[in-house]
Design a protein. Structure first.
Lengths: 279, 257, 307
């Protein structure tokens, strides 16, 4: 097998609080190739922290430790902030949950995309415009001219998230970390956004880390799923084999969802076991 | 003549704003819920499903139509007696509990307003009814997890012993495993107390699990009314419902080219 | 051993996250706030200054070395340290140190009286306007605007001129000019909580407007108002001093810091201590309130506390 795009070994994120250290992520290891990897877990499982740790976006009092954290051969640990900034945005991008908070409200969409493009070099104005329009078309925005001149509050949630994806992928990153990119969206819009992400992965050969709480959605969208519980990866499984998951936590997460036509009897609830957080 | 429905909404319309900014949030929606039944309102954001609930309990202005409780039309201002009958559970358990009131105060305040006797006993009883340890009684909301807070919100809604409970996405802010616990709790309480539910959710599976009947809403209008089992058998007539059903099944990879 | 319950120690009683009574829950909240506050040394300096002021006011007869109004014309305008006069004497030979000590009483009286009137009135106006909205809001807020539009000292002067000079009237004037700021703060805070689900829930439980305003809205506005009051205290002391300086506040021979500066002004170049010492006193107390107010903002701010 060829060298994976991203290789993580023993990644830990610890927060020093007044009541002692809090371990958000505990020594997890995984690889990501040019594929769709889902990280699933409930709130507090450390899934978002994992995404942020890769991009060194953890602020003090948080600490990140890893025995290996390489991206395409580059060691991301202890990379000076200047060089990290060059990796961030250009080679690895991140899409957050709610476009309303991650887009700048007082700048037009066009300026924000242009800003992203200027991260590397200073391409001429008409090229910036052409590439911005191309990118917006690529995320299936029908009237890119209008959207380019619009302010974020003039866009709907789904449109905003598309703009966000356009902004994060206009620099043609090799890896995209999407942290709950569709959770704030309606189901029908959700699927359109997923289709766009799917398209980008397949046509550009981009790697994708898809962080979500929605096991069912991840299982239909990703190639491989990492299930996290209390800062640990309790199971790593091919998405298509999710129904045959071994770990009781994964099974519990799948079973506790109501199903259409599942009857009105009580739903099986998850019986948490302490052993899961040690294994 | 048969008994009137517990709650009935007739051609309800809700309008926000005026002039150029006038928004018709709910456009003549009707539905009836029999005593002890559970009716679901399902739709995407902006469909007006939550606004229907808010209009019923007087939190949104009714522009047209009327709401009847046990066959009696409601007056413009909701009376104190109405609040004994109809209670609501909100979506966000972080926003629906006063951040500076202890659980004890949150639960005993409605009792004080309605002059219920034996407050102390009722509060401890309400906590145990929703499966919370009495030790939580003097905590503040921020010391509780999301699921525990939603349990407190449910306890608060039920402490006045209402007959109708309006549930506005009560589990959408919660993790899946916690959602299962809360849904089970709601089902059990409905069985035990013969409650009538009006359940709003964007999640078809949740609605199918919790309700006998459901109303699909889109853009302020009721698109379609479905009975029990219609979703499972795919016995739906509108395209929109079909789109929703397909979307909630998850992502389908386009065939490889 | 199991079954045997030892009564909790004080430390455990405060540290538990499962309080057993309303009283304990409230005590723990105060304890935690105190812990945060006491870890800020600037706040502790501020608090120390205020405590010192209070002690000085309470025990003035024992602390003062001379009667504050005892004149000694032969010994007038003597420098600090002269014949047992720690901080010198003023133009009538009165002991400056003793006058400062007794002046603390006046300052504290002004501060306390303003603190219990203006913010309370402002809080009521602001929360009522914010909660009820509509015409009530418009009328109350326009009245507030009118009061805000006048420069504070000028308005206070006008009131004092109408009511007659004196400490009580000065306090009244200051309170009348200080409340609009609190009304604004309280209204702004009310508008952010008015639409929240917990207010809607209270309404659905049949809570009346009075209960909602006093039980639900006011607790959310209280912290911002308290912080604002402590930060304003410096300004209030200065306004009181200003009125005293203009001869509209405390009347001679009463020892009041502003009035002391006013009379000392004439000798400022030749006998600096007469005006400078009360100036330092005003500065120190103002600083104390500001330091405490800054730290209180961090402790009480509901937005910071939710995280």
């Amino acid at each position: 097998m060829t060298e994976p795009l991203l290789s993580v070994r023993d990644l830990s994120v610890t927060f020093d609080t007044r009541r002692g250290p809090f371990h958000a992520v505990r020594a997890i290891s995984f690889d990501v190739g040019r594929e769709r990897v889902g990280i699933v877990g409930e709130s507090g499982s450390g899934k978002s922290m994992t995404g942020r740790a890769i991009l060194s976006l953890i602020r003090p009092p948080g600490r990140v430790e890893a025995s290996r954290l390489t991206f395409d051969g580059t060691d991301l640990r202890n990379l000076p902030e200047r060089q990290m900034r060059r990796v961030r945005g250009r080679r690895i991008s991140m899409v957050m949950q709610d476009p309303r908070y991650s887009l700048n409200p007082v700048m037009t969409v066009g300026r924000q995309i242009a800003e992203a493009l200027r991260v590397h070099g200073r391409p001429p104005r008409d090229e910036i415009r052409r590439r911005s329009l191309d990118m917006l078309t690529e995320v299936q925005i029908r009237d890119p001219e209008r959207v380019l001149a619009a302010y974020p509050h003039e866009l709907s949630g789904g449109m905003g998230q598309r703009v966000m994806i356009a902004m994060m992928t206009v620099t043609e990153p090799e890896l995209l970390i999407a942290d709950e990119p569709t959770s704030a969206l309606d189901v029908t819009v959700q699927l359109e956004v997923l289709r766009i992400l799917d398209d980008l992965v397949r046509r550009r050969g981009m790697g994708l880390i898809f962080i979500s709480h929605d096991l069912r959605l991840v299982s239909t969208f990703c190639d491989r799923v990492l299930v996290m519980y209390r800062g640990r990866i309790v199971e790593e499984i091919e998405a298509q084999q999710l129904a045959e998951a071994q770990h009781p936590y994964t099974q519990g997460l799948l079973n506790c969802l109501p199903r259409i036509g599942g009857g009105q009897g009580d739903l099986p609830t998850l019986q948490r076991q302490d052993a899961w957080s040690h294994a | 003549m048969s008994a009137p429905p517990r709650i009935e909404v007739e051609n309800l319309s809700v309008v926000f704003g005026e002039g150029a900014r006038r928004v018709l949030a709910v456009d003549s929606v009707s539905c009836r819920v029999e005593p002890g039944a559970s009716c679901g309102l399902v739709g995407e954001s902006g469909s007006g499903k939550s606004t229907v609930l808010r209009a019923i309990c007087g939190l949104a202005p009714i522009a047209g139509g009327r709401v009847l409780l046990d066959g009696q039309p409601l007056e413009r201002r909701r009376s104190k007696a109405f609040t004994r009958q109809v209670q609501m559970v909100f979506q966000d358990p972080y926003g629906s509990l006063h951040p500076r009131h202890t659980i004890d105060r949150i639960l005993s305040e409605p009792l004080a307003i309605h002059r219920f006797p034996r407050t102390d006993h009722r509060v401890t009883q309400a906590l145990s009814d929703v499966g919370l340890d009495p030790a939580f009684r003097f905590r503040l909301p921020h010391q509780l997890s999301g699921g525990q807070r939603q349990r407190v919100a449910i306890a608060r809604a039920l402490i006045l012993e209402p007959t109708v409970v309006l549930l506005d996405e009560p589990t959408s802010a919660l993790d899946a495993s916690i959602q299962a616990e809360i849904l089970n709790l709601l089902s059990r309480l409905r069985r035990e107390r013969a409650l009538t539910y009006l359940f709003v959710s964007h999640d078809l599976a949740v609605i199918d699990h919790m309700c006998d009947r459901l109303l699909v809403m889109q853009g302020g209008r009721a698109v379609e009314e479905l009975g029990k089992g219609a979703l499972a058998s795919g016995d739906v007539s509108s395209d929109y419902t079909r789109t929703l059903m397909k979307a909630s099944a998850g992502f389908v990879r386009p065939a490889a080219v | 051993m199991s079954g045997v319950q030892t009564p909790p120690t004080i430390r455990e009683w405060f540290a538990t996250d499962t309080p057993r009574s309303r009283f304990q829950a409230r005590s723990i909240a105060f304890w935690n706030a105190w812990q945060t506050l006491s870890s800020n040394w600037l706040a502790m300096i501020g608090l120390g200054i205020i405590v010192l002021l209070v002690l000085m006011a309470v025990f003035a007869p024992w602390i003062a070395t001379h009667p504050p109004n005892a004149q000694n014309l032969p010994g007038r305008l003597n420098p600090p340290g002269w014949e047992g006069h720690l901080l010198g004497t003023d133009e009538l030979g009165r002991d400056v140190f003793s006058r400062i000590v007794y002046g603390a009483r006046v300052t504290l009286y002004i501060v306390a009286l303003v603190a219990v009137t203006a913010p309370v009135f402002g809080l009521i106006v602001g929360t009522v306007a914010g909660t009820l909205g509509g015409w009530t809001d418009r009328i109350l807020m326009r009245i507030t605007d009118i009061f805000l539009a006048f420069p504070r000292l000028i308005l206070a002067m006008a009131f004092v001129a109408a009511l007659g000079p004196g400490i009580f009237n000065a306090v009244l004037a200051i309170a009348l000019t200080a409340w609009p700021a609190y009304a604004r703060v309280a209204r702004a805070e009310t508008l952010t909580v008015r639409g929240s689900d917990y207010i809607a829930a209270a309404r659905l439980q049949g809570a009346g407007t009075f209960r909602i305003i006093t039980g639900h809205v006011m607790p959310m506005c209280l912290s911002s108002v308290i912080v604002r009051v402590t930060l304003d205290m410096a300004g209030i002391i200065l306004t009181a001093a200003g009125l005293g300086f203009l001869g509209l506040g405390a009347q001679p021979p009463q020892a009041e810091w502003g009035a002391m500066i006013s009379t000392g002004r004439q000798y400022l170049l030749s006998h600096w201590w007469v005006a400078t010492i009360p100036g330092i006193a005003i500065l120190t107390v103002s600083l104390g309130f500001n330091l405490l107010g800054d730290a209180l903002r961090d402790v009480l701010d509901p937005r910071a506390a939710t995280k």
